[in-house]
Design a protein around this ligand. Structure first.
Ligand code: GLU
Length: 471
C-alpha cells in the first residue's frame, strides 16, 4: 500500500443474532481508524449463510450501528448479493490453474479421515483430484478447491497487533465454491475485501487462523493483502471469554440501560486500546489518537464500574438540551411513556442539578421525579414518616415566610436557616421534611435546587399539601 492510498476499513458482521459488543467494538476501532485518516468505513453484511442469517439480525446490526453513531460510507453491502462475483473469481482461478475441481464426496472424505485416525496418521485431506486433467473428470458434482502451494512449511503472517505469527500446521486445499455453487466464507471475504478496496482488516483474533488461509488466497489471486490487525476478544470480569452469564453482551442492552452512546464509545475504545493513561475522552480526542499500535495483546475485561465512571463523566459534560433528547430517545427505546413538553421543559430547567453524579440516564430520571410529577405528590413511606406533626407545623410557618421572600438561593438559604434556628434545629432536621414535601421521597436533589427549579407557586403549594397531611 503506498502512502497516498486512501484507507478503507470495514465491519463485516454475520447477521445471526443480536449485535454483540465485541462486534460493536470492532466496528468502533475500524471507524476511528478510518475517520482519523480521512478514509472510508464500510459495512458489509455477511449473510452468505442463508440458514443462519435473518432479516431481524440484519436490522439489529443497522440499529446497533445507528445507536452507537458509527456512520458508514455508502449503503450496506450484502455479501449474498455478490455470489455471482464470487463464482466468477473461482472460475477464473479454475481457468488459470490456481484452483481445481474436486469430486471427492463427503462420505469419501469422512471414510479417509476415519481410516487415517485408526492408523494414527494425519487426517489432513489432500484431494486426489488436484492434478487430474479435465478430460478425466466425471460428470458428477464437484467443489472448487484452492490449489495451495504444497511446499509451504510454515506460513508467516505479519499482524499489526500480534506481530509475526507463524502457522506451523499443514493446511488442506480449502474449498472456495461448494457443489451447489455457493461460496465459502473464506472465499467471499477475500473477494469482497479486495473488491471493496479494504486496506486494513481490523477484527477479533478469533479470525487469526482464517487470516492464514485468506492470505493463501490473496497470493493465489495475485492481490495485495490488507494490513491485518487481530484484536484480542473481550473477556468478562472473571477473565473468561465474555458470555451471557456475565450479563449484558448485546450493544442494545447497554442502550437499554441508559448508557449514552458517547460514553459507550469512550468505554469500548478503552476496551483493548489505550492512549497513555487516558481513560476519559471525547470522540474528537479518540479520533485524533487512535492507532493500531495502541491495541493491546491481551484480552480486555468488561468492567461495569469503569463503565459507570466513564458514563458519569460524559453525562456531566453533555449539554442539557442534548441530555433531554437522549432521555426522550431512551424512553422510546425502552417502551416507556414519553415526556410531555412541560415535563421536557422542567427536566431541562432542572438538569443542572441532576446530571452531576448520574451514572446513567435512568439515574437522571430518578432524581428528576420532583420536577416530572404533578401535585398531589405520591409520597413514599419514608417521606410520609418524616412529616410528623411538629415538622408539618414548621412547614406551615415556612409557607407564610416564603410568601414574600425573593426567590434566590441566598434569600432562600437565609429564610430556611432562620426557621431552623428559631426551632433550635440543625438545618438537616428541617431539610428532611422539606425534601419529603417537595419531592415525595427522602432522596432528591438539594432542597434549594428543588425550590429554585419549581418556583415559588409550586413550592408553596407542595409545602401546603405536606403541612395538611393527616388533617
Ligand atoms: N463475518 C465475520 C463475523 O461476524 C467477520 C468476518 C471478518 O471480519 O473478516 O465474525
Amino acid at each position: 500500500m503506498s502512502n497516498d492510498t486512501q484507507i478503507v476499513t470495514r465491519i463485516a458482521p454475520s447477521p445471526t443474532g443480536m449485535m454483540h459488543i465485541g462486534t460493536a467494538r470492532t466496528g468502533l476501532f475500524n471507524w476511528l481508524f478510518a475517520r482519523r485518516h480521512g478514509g472510508k468505513f464500510v459495512l458489509r453484511i455477511e449473510d452468505t449463510d442463508r440458514e443462519r442469517s435473518t432479516p431481524e439480525a440484519t436490522q439489529a446490526i443497522l440499529d446497533g450501528m445507528a445507536w452507537l453513531g458509527l456512520d458508514y460510507d455508502g449503503e450496506p453491502i450484502s455479501q449474498s448479493a455478490r455470489s455471482d462475483r464470487h463464482r466468477e473469481v473461482a472460475e477464473t482461478m479454475l481457468a488459470n490453474g490456481t484452483a481445481y475441481k474436486c469430486f471427492s464426496t463427503q462420505e469419501e472424505i469422512a471414510a479417509f479421515r476415519d481410516a487415517a485416525r485408526e492408523k494414527g496418521e494425519s487426517t489432513l485431506f489432500l484431494s486426489p483430484w488436484r492434478d487430474v486433467p479435465e478430460a478425466d473428470h466425471p460428470d458428477a458434482p464437484y467443489v472448487i478447491r484452492l490449489k495451495a502451494p504444497r511446499n509451504e512449511h510454515a506460513l508467516v503472517l505479519t499482524d499489526a497487533v500480534q506481530g509475526e505469527v507463524i502457522w506451523g500446521e499443514p493446511l488442506d486445499d480449502m474449498i472456495l465454491l461448494r457443489s451447489d455453487g455457493t461460496p465459502t466464507y473464506m472465499h467471499a471475504v477475500v473477494v469482497d475485501d479486495h473488491d471493496m478496496g479494504i486496506t486494513h482488516v481490523i477484527r477479533g483474533d478469533d479470525h487469526l487462523a482464517n487470516a492464514f488461509r485468506q492470505a493463501q488466497l490473496y497470493r493465489a489471486l495475485g492481490w495485495s493483502q490488507p494490513v491485518w490487525a487481530h484484536i484480542p476478544l473481550i473477556h468478562g470480569e472473571d477473565g473468561k471469554k465474555l458470555s451471557k452469564r456475565h450479563g449484558a453482551t448485546g450493544v442494545m442492552e447497554f442502550a437499554e440501560m441508559g448508557i449514552p452512546a458517547a460514553a459507550m464509545r469512550n468505554y469500548l475504545a478503552r476496551l483493548g486500546w489505550s492512549h497513555g493513561d487516558d481513560e476519559l475522552f471525547t470522540d474528537e480526542q479518540a479520533r485524533d489518537w487512535f492507532d493500531l499500535g495502541g491495541i493491546g495483546k491481551s484480552p480486555a475485561r468488561l468492567d461495569m464500574k469503569k463503565l459507570a465512571n466513564v458514563t458519569g463523566w460524559h453525562i456531566a459534560r453533555t449539554d442539557d438540551d442534548e441530555l433531554v433528547q437522549q432521555i426522550t430517545d431512551f424512553l422510546a427505546l425502552t417502551d416507556q411513556p414519553a415526556l410531555s413538553q412541560v415535563q421536557k421543559d422542567g427536566l431541562k430547567t432542572a438538569m443542572y442539578c441532576l446530571k452531576d453524579r448520574a451514572k446513567n440516564l435512568p439515574d437522571i430520571l430518578d432524581k428528576a421525579r420532583f420536577v416530572l410529577e404533578n401535585r398531589p405528590l405520591d409520597l413514599d413511606e419514608k417521606a410520609v414518616n418524616s412529616l410528623d406533626p411538629v415538622s408539618r407545623g414548621i412547614l406551615n410557618e415556612l409557607t407564610a415566610q416564603l410568601q414574600n421572600a425573593s426567590w434566590t438561593r441566598d434569600t432562600l438559604e437565609g429564610v430556611l436557616n432562620a426557621a431552623a434556628d428559631s426551632h433550635g434545629l440543625k438545618f438537616g432536621k428541617l431539610a428532611g421534611p422539606l425534601r419529603a414535601a417537595l419531592s415525595g421521597r427522602t432522596v432528591s436533589p438539594s432542597v434549594f435546587d428543588m425550590m429554585l427549579v419549581l418556583g415559588r407557586e409550586e413550592t408553596l403549594a407542595r409545602l401546603t399539601d405536606a403541612a395538611s397531611l393527616g388533617d
